[in-house]
Structures are given as structure tokens and as C-alpha cells.
Design a protein around this ligand. Structure first.
Ligand code: HEC
Ligand code: HEC
Ligand code: HEC
Ligand code: HEC
Length: 436
């Protein structure tokens, strides 16, 4: 890049002193009709620094940009004018005359980052991004034309957040909801799920999947307990999941109840159980519950119930069939004395917590400062939802998006789409330096 090609890059809406990081071309009033106007001083350096400080080390860095990727940010005013003509003739009927789409399913392009647009257009051209409509529109365009139309769309004012964008769903915190629903259980199972009452099991240290299955078994009558059936009579669906999540997130501890058997004798008998319940009673398999720290009397009662068939489980029935009464008590005492462990369950993120992670790449409030990473702010909500589901399903692929999108729940996708559709995109402005 020579001196004459350099320009000052200025991000007018960014008052945080981060001038110099932004990219994209905006056709300011009074621009010369021709000539080099938008060459970026240090655009590459800016991107290199973005790859570091702003991102957590867990984020996969963007691969180094090939020179060709960045062609649209070096476009001239003439290129932008050529891009405008192409857009008016071929793209406006779907993407809107000013790059603001009024068609469901068709994204806004106005103010989108230039290198990103160019990359996506080439992806449509090669078939890598699917979409038949877009593939047909760009199949026969030269790469110069793709550069020009990308620069044109990037130069437009970004969309305003839609006034009718849905409110970010106030996703109820499932762990909090579970805590509230579990208030009725504390009297027997303990305030935090650690039992103080002989005969009543701990609810901590157990996989949510196991807890939900156990509750459903009481409700259906498959597992017999009049008390538990009554307790759960009006608890259904998501509330069962929430309760299980609540207990799984509590710190587990040994039940504060006495054990009668001989734990040392029980240890020998328990070797037969290790394959399913774990050597120390912490199970690695959600189908077979952890036994560590469980109330001894509840363990004894469970083993009796398997033995006499009142708790129907062919596996456990076979295993304890030959156990003497003393052996049952001993093995219960052994497990009761073991240290329980929390299952591997994390609290689901709220929309705001998710968005913080997305913003590491997509920029503050989704206004990307890396010309290769799309802005999300102000985009159509339905489009964002559809695209996130496409990444999740793998029908749209991106190494950067793959890690995150795989774990997004439907609720998180809806929340994030609504969140970004409501953000105001920052316009990124380049002020050309007059040639010396
Ligand atoms: C028939 C309607 C139609 C026309 C005409 C059309 N597009 Fe599109 N465009 C779409 C749809 C629908 C999508 C979303 C497709 C998807 O989900 O991949 C899209 C997506 C895009 C994207 C990806 C945007 C993003 O945020 O990832 C770009 C870039 C684009 N179009 C540019 C153009 C250009 C340039 C033209 C003109 C040469 C054009 N389109 C013409 C319908 C159209
Ligand atoms: C009146 C006392 C009492 C209350 C209140 C109570 N439980 Fe229980 N719970 C028990 C007893 C007793 C058992 C053991 C039943 C058996 O023999 O299977 C049990 C067992 C369970 C189990 C099975 C644990 C395991 O290790 O398999 C779950 C899960 C459970 N309760 C959840 C709850 C929830 C959730 C609530 C509140 C909605 C609740 N309980 C309220 C007494 C109670
Ligand atoms: C082949 C795998 C397997 C082996 C081996 C096994 N278990 Fe189990 N165990 C299970 C499964 C699965 C369940 C859950 C059954 C149900 O839903 O009632 C279970 C449940 C239990 C329960 C009830 C826990 C609760 O919270 O209600 C106890 C107690 C238990 N096992 C003790 C033992 C002991 C003691 C041994 C060894 C002598 C043993 N198990 C061996 C698979 C196994
Ligand atoms: C490691 C960096 C990174 C992170 C973190 C990240 N993204 Fe992306 N995202 C990208 C890149 C790069 C693209 C362009 C990929 C492509 O070409 O398909 C992209 C594309 C997208 C698109 C498509 C935009 C369009 O116009 O079609 C959406 C929507 C999106 N990301 C949303 C998110 C959300 C929501 C999160 C957080 C859950 C997130 N991203 C996290 C880098 C990232």
C-alpha cells in the first residue's frame, strides 16, 4: 500500500477510542466520483490485533486473510458505482432498493461488512452455501462484479432495528424455576437436597436424567410410593426438568443420617456393583444412579424393593437376589460412607450471557469490527433464527460458528435472534485522505 492509497479510518459511532479497528466502506456525501477513496491504513494490522486482545483464548481465531478476501475494502468510488448498477438491476427486487429487505427470509445487506459479503457471494457461486436462488443470481458474475456489489452494499447505511422486532423472550431461568418448584420437597429431602431423615434419599449428586425418570416412575405408578405419587401429582413437563436441574446444581454431601451395617464388609460385596455404579459409588452412566453418600436406609429399602419385585427392575433384581439381609445393610453402609460428586451439569446461559460470547467475534452488540465477520445488529429476526438453525443442523457450515451453534438450544436461538435484531448497527465510515 503506498502513501496515496492510504486513508484514515474513522468509526464515527465508536466513542470508545477504538478508532482504527473498523472496516467497511460508506459512501459519504460529497465523495469524489472516481479515484481511490477508501484504502485502509492498517486494516490488516487492526484485524491482527482483533485476533488477540478482544477475544477469549477459547475462541478459534479467524484464519489469516488471503489478500483476495479483502479486495472489497480497497474498492474505489467507481467500483461502488458499478456495484450500485448491478444491485439495482439484479438484487434490489429481493434485497430492497437500499439493501433493506422487506421480504421474510431475505437478509438485509445494507452496511454489512464488505469482506464478509464477498466471501458469502463466492460461497454461493461455488455452491458451498447451498441456496438455489442466490446461486442462480451470482453464477455468471465475474469476481470483479462480486467485489463491486459487495463494496456497494457495505457502503449503505445499516438497517435501523425493526420497531416491530419481538421482545427478547424473558426466558425464565430454569434453575430458579426448579428451586421454586422444589420448595415443597425440602421438608423431607432437606433444604438443599441433602437428607437429614433416615429413609428419605438425597436428591443431590444425581444426574438430571435419572431424577426425571424416577419422578416419572412414581407418577406412572411403576415405582411405588404413595407419598411421592401424591407429591408429584400436579408436577409435569418442564417443571420436572427444572426440579432435576436444580438438585443437580446443588453441592452434594453425604446424607446426615446413621448407617447400621458394616461398611468394610460392604466394600467387598460392592466390587460387583462398580461396573455400573462406579468404584466409589459415583456413576459415570446416567441410567444407573450414583449411590455415594446416599442415605443408608433408603439404599436398604431400594434393595429390598428390587428383591421382592415391588420396584421393578430385572437387572437389579437378579443382582441382589442372593444377598442376605446382613449383606444388604453392609453394602448400604459402604455406599453411604462414600463421598458424593456433583454430576457434570452446568447452568444454562441466559441470552445476555450467550451474547457476550458471540460479541467476542461479532463485535459489541453485534456490530462487527472485523470486515470478514458479519454484523448481526439490526438483521431480520427470522433470517437470524433460520441461519442459526442451519449452522446447528450443519446445513450451513463455518469453522468459526460450528463450536458455538452446536450447543444452542431452541430457546437460546430465539433469544439471540430477537436480541440482535433489536440492536442498532454501527455505521463504519472511512474518511479518505486527499492525495498529497
Ligand atoms: C430472488 C431473490 C433474491 C435475489 C434476486 C438476490 N438475492 Fe441475495 N439472498 C436471497 C435470499 C433468500 C438469501 C438468504 C439465503 C440463505 O439463507 O443462504 C440471500 C442472501 C444473500 C447474501 C448473504 C447475506 C448474509 O448475511 O449472509 C448475499 C451477500 C446476497 N444475498 C447478495 C445478493 C446479491 C449481490 C444479489 C444480486 C446480484 C442478490 N443477492 C440477489 C434472495 C435473493
Ligand atoms: C413427605 C416426605 C416427602 C416429600 C415432601 C417429598 N418426598 Fe421425594 N421421597 C420421599 C421418600 C420416602 C422417597 C423414597 C420412596 C421410595 O421408596 O421409592 C422419596 C424419593 C424421591 C425420589 C427418588 C430418589 C432416588 O434416589 O431414586 C425423588 C427423585 C424424589 N423423591 C423427589 C421429590 C420431589 C421433587 C419432591 C417435591 C416435589 C419430593 N420428592 C417430596 C419422601 C418425600
Ligand atoms: C448392570 C448394571 C448394574 C449393576 C452391576 C448394579 N446395578 Fe444397581 N442399578 C442399576 C440400574 C440401571 C438402576 C436403576 C434402576 C431403577 O430405575 O430402578 C440401579 C439402581 C440401584 C439402586 C437404587 C438407587 C436409588 O437411588 O434408588 C441401588 C441401591 C442399587 N442399584 C444398588 C446396587 C448394588 C448394591 C449393586 C451391586 C451388588 C448394584 N446395584 C449393581 C444398574 C446396576
Ligand atoms: C469464533 C468467532 C465467532 C463466534 C464466537 C461466533 N461467531 Fe457467528 N460467525 C462468525 C463468522 C466468521 C461468521 C461467517 C461464517 C460463514 O461464512 O458462514 C459467522 C456467521 C454468523 C451468522 C450468519 C450471519 C449472516 O448474515 O448470515 C450468525 C447469525 C451468527 N454468526 C451468529 C452468532 C451467534 C448468535 C453467536 C453466539 C452464540 C456467534 N455467532 C458466535 C464468527 C463467530
Amino acid at each position: 500500500m503506498n502513501k496515496q492509497q492510504q486513508g484514515i479510518m474513522q468509526d464515527q459511532n465508536d466513542r470508545n477510542g477504538r478508532t482504527g479497528r473498523a472496516a467497511g466502506v460508506r459512501a459519504a456525501a460529497g465523495w469524489p466520483r472516481a479515484g481511490r477513496v477508501a484504502l485502509l491504513a492498517g486494516a490488516l494490522a487492526a484485524m491482527a490485533c482483533l485476533g488477540g486482545a478482544g477475544r477469549a483464548s477459547a475462541q478459534p481465531p479467524m484464519p489469516p486473510a488471503a489478500a483476495d478476501d479483502l479486495r472489497p475494502i480497497y474498492a474505489t468510488a467507481l467500483d461502488v458505482a458499478d456495484g450500485r448498477r448491478l444491485a439495482e438491476a439484479s438484487c434490489a427486487r429481493c434485497h430492497g432498493p437500499d439493501g433493506i429487505s422487506s421480504t421474510p427470509g431475505v437478509p438485509h445487506l445494507a452496511g454489512q461488512r464488505a469482506a464478509y459479503l464477498y466471501r458469502e457471494l463466492r460461497a454461493y457461486q461455488s455452491g458451498a452455501r447451498g441456496d438455489d436462488n442466490m446461486n442462480g443470481m451470482v453464477k455468471f458474475l465475474s469476481s470483479d462484479a462480486l467485489v463491486q456489489v459487495s463494496a456497494f452494499y457495505a457502503s449503505l447505511d445499516p438497517p435501523q432495528p425493526a420497531g416491530n422486532a419481538p421482545a427478547v423472550p424473558a426466558a425464565p431461568d430454569p434453575a430458579e424455576a426448579g428451586k421454586a418448584a422444589a420448595a415443597a420437597c425440602a421438608g423431607c429431602h432437606g433444604e438443599d437436597g441433602v437428607s437429614k431423615t433416615p429413609g428419605i434419599p438425597n436428591l443431590t449428586g444425581l444426574e438430571p436424567q435419572y431424577l426425571v425418570a424416577a419422578m416419572k416412575a412414581y407418577k406412572s405408578g411403576q415405582r411405588k410410593s404413595d407419598v411421592m405419587k401424591a407429591m408429584l401429582a400436579t408436577v409435569d413437563g418442564a417443571r420436572l426438568d427444572n426440579i432435576a436441574l436444580h438438585y443437580a446444581l446443588q453441592k452434594p454431601d453425604r446424607a446426615q443420617t446413621p448407617a447400621q451395617g458394616d461398611a468394610a464388609a460392604g466394600k467387598a460385596a460392592a466390587t460387583a456393583c462398580a461396573g455400573c455404579h462406579g468404584a466409589q459409588g459415583v456413576s459415570g452412566n446416567p441410567a444407573s444412579p450414583s449411590l455415594a453418600g446416599q442415605d443408608a436406609q433408603a439404599l436398604t429399602a431400594a434393595l429390598h424393593a428390587y428383591k421382592d419385585g415391588s420396584r421393578d427392575d430385572p437387572t437389579m433384581k437378579g443382582i441382589v437376589a442372593a444377598f442376605s439381609e446382613a449383606a444388604v445393610k453392609d453394602v448400604a453402609a459402604f455406599y453411604a460412607a462414600q463421598q458424593p460428586a456433583a454430576p457434570n451439569v452446568r447452568k444454562p446461559l441466559t441470552t445476555v450471557e450467550w451474547a457476550e460470547r458471540c460479541d467476542r467475534c461479532h463485535g459489541v452488540n453485534g456490530s462487527s469490527t472485523d470486515p470478514r465477520v458479519p454484523a448481526l445488529a439490526g438483521q431480520r429476526v427470522g433470517y437470524l433464527e433460520r441461519v442459526l438453525r442451519a449452522y446447528k443442523a450443519g446445513s450451513r457450515t463455518s469453522p468459526e460458528m460450528a463450536a458455538m451453534s452446536g450447543v444452542l438450544s431452541d430457546a437460546a436461538i430465539d433469544g439471540l435472534a430477537a436480541h440482535y435484531a433489536r440492536q442498532k448497527a454501527r455505521a463504519v465510515v472511512y474518511v479518505p485522505v486527499p492525495a498529497r
